[in-house]
Design a binder for this molecule. Structure first.
Ligand code: F0G
Length: 448
């Protein structure tokens, strides 16, 4: 075990740590040093590399292992019911809002749109979490860890969903939360949630990347517990999206699991989940992870294209504000996930994202624009022949349709960039208040 550095001691002495917890540790993916997990962490105190929370992989598990928790308080949560593969945070510190246990929808119209003739496309809908996004799965672990180590204040930088989730979980725990957001660049719905849940909201004149850099400076002083996914405990909860997908397949695997990529915490979590499920004997093969970035915010896709030879941050620009990230914090961990699973990183333009989102909405499921990256990306990869048309694909839809209502109205009421009405546009009609007019509208609707 490497010695703790001054920076680490400073963190331990800061406002954050009051009580010891045992049994938790983290390991640096770059230098391999291991540290006790009883303090807030962002990066490796020795070398600055990204940290992983350690999980007991000396066990062999069968699916029955999880059934053992049925009837306990852990079973209430789609995260904590997989406790055997999570950091052993003492039960009395767990802050849960009953996250996870989200539905998996199958619909032939999605498969058809993706070009999966003979294949299947299912949506794992993370918008069904308490605050409407997958972040709640990570946040229950992050906030529980913060509570276990006696943190007194939590903070995150966010494009909106992390802030809404942190605000809610911190409020549940009775802890203050500080969020830093790029002013004018997050959706009103997410900002509203964050304000309503009582977080202190700080808006900066800058983008998400700047907000996160600023927050990391503050976290390094020990003043706050950093709840972004660079914190090794956050991705732990997000692993359970994969566990639920595997469970759905009877602990077999689909061919592909696709997801949007922004700050890349989820891509990191998915690879770790698959690796661990494999090592403890729950699965015998791995699905491919496909990460889809917005074309205007795609430094990881460019890195992948270079054969993971050259990484360069970008100035992010996309309508999908949730994934408007130009310098993702978890690049190295995400690369590991792609390499482990023979995965693919691709991009979708804003128009492709919006059309895919509009279809997901139109079939009654609904999601926010960034979430549709899974479907938009798979459609392109099937078209290019990189994914077989008979593949079984699970696309993770990361957030709820109500997360960005402005984007919905803009899509349906405005024409596309080419000046044409958008593919799935559904414009409200204005008619005289007369029965005839109403009947004509009904006729048109039925014959459409
Ligand atoms: N989808 C949604 C709806 C998101 O909010 C995010 C990230 C992602 C996908 C990308 O996930 O960062 O793990 O690659 N939102 C962050 C936030 C950045 O602050 O809410 P990732």
């Amino acid at each position: 075990m490497a010695a703790l550095t001054d920076q680490n001691s400073a963190q331990a002495e800061g406002a954050n740590v009051r009580q010891p917890v045992t049994g938790l540790s983290v390991t640096c993916m770059r230098c391999g040093s291991t540290f006790p997990g009883n303090r807030p962490f962002t990066v490796c105190p020795s070398c600055g590399g990204l940290l992983d929370a350690d999980i007991n992989l000396d066990q062999q598990l069968t699916p029955d292992a999880f059934a053992a928790l049925i009837g306990t308080s852990e079973a209430f949560s789609g995260v904590w019911r997989f406790a055997q593969l999570l950091p052993p945070i003492p039960r009395e510190h767990i802050v849960s809002r009953g996250e996870g246990n989200t539905p998996l929808y199958w619909d032939d119209r999605l498969a058809g749109y993706a070009g999966l003739t003979g294949g299947r496309f299912g949506i794992k809908h993370e918008g069904h979490n308490p605050t409407g996004s997958f972040k709640d799965r990570g946040m229950t672990v992050g906030v529980s860890h913060a509570r276990a180590i006696g943190a007194r204040a939590l903070a995150c930088a966010s494009t909106g969903n992390t802030s809404a989730s942190l605000a809610s979980y911190a409020a549940s725990a009775g802890l203050p939360a500080l969020v830093i957001i790029p002013e004018g660049r997050i959706s009103a719905s997410k900002l509203s949630q964050t304000i309503a849940f009582g977080a202190t909201v700080v808006q900066i004149d800058g983008d998400f990347d700047l907000a996160l850099r600023l927050l990391r400076l503050l976290a390094d002083t020990g003043a706050v517990y950093l709840a972004n996914s660079v914190n090794p405990f956050r991705p732990e909860g997000q692993k359970t999206i994969v566990f639920e997908i595997l469970e759905h397949f009877g602990w077999n695997v689909p061919d592909v699991i696709a997801l949007p990529g922004g700050n890349l915490g989820n891509t990191a979590a998915f690879g770790k989940a698959l690796s661990e499920a494999y090592q403890v004997g729950l699965i015998g093969t791995l699905p491919r992870i496909v990460t889809v970035q917005a074309a205007g915010a795609a430094p990881f896709a460019a890195y992948y294209e270079s054969g993971f030879d050259h990484y360069a941050p970008v100035k992010a620009e996309t309508i999908a504000t949730a994934i408007k990230v130009g310098d993702p914090a978890s690049v190295d961990r995400a690369r590991r996930s792609i390499e482990l699973t023979g995965g693919i990183v691709t991009t979708a333009t804003d128009e492709e994202l919006l059309d895919a989102k509009a279809l997901i909405d139109r079939i009654g499921i609904g999601c926010e624009p960034a979430s549709a990256a899974s479907l938009a990306g798979i459609r392109k990869l099937v078209e290019s022949g990189e994914i077989a048309p008979d593949a079984t694909v699970v696309g993770v839809v990361t957030a709820h349709v109500l997360k960005d209502t402005d984007a919905i109205v803009a899509y349906h009421l405005n024409d596309g960039l080419d000046g044409n009405r958008r593919t799935f546009a559904n414009r409200p009609l204005t008619i005289p208040a007369e029965l005839d007019a109403l009947q004509r509208v009904l006729d048109d609707a039925i014959h459409d």
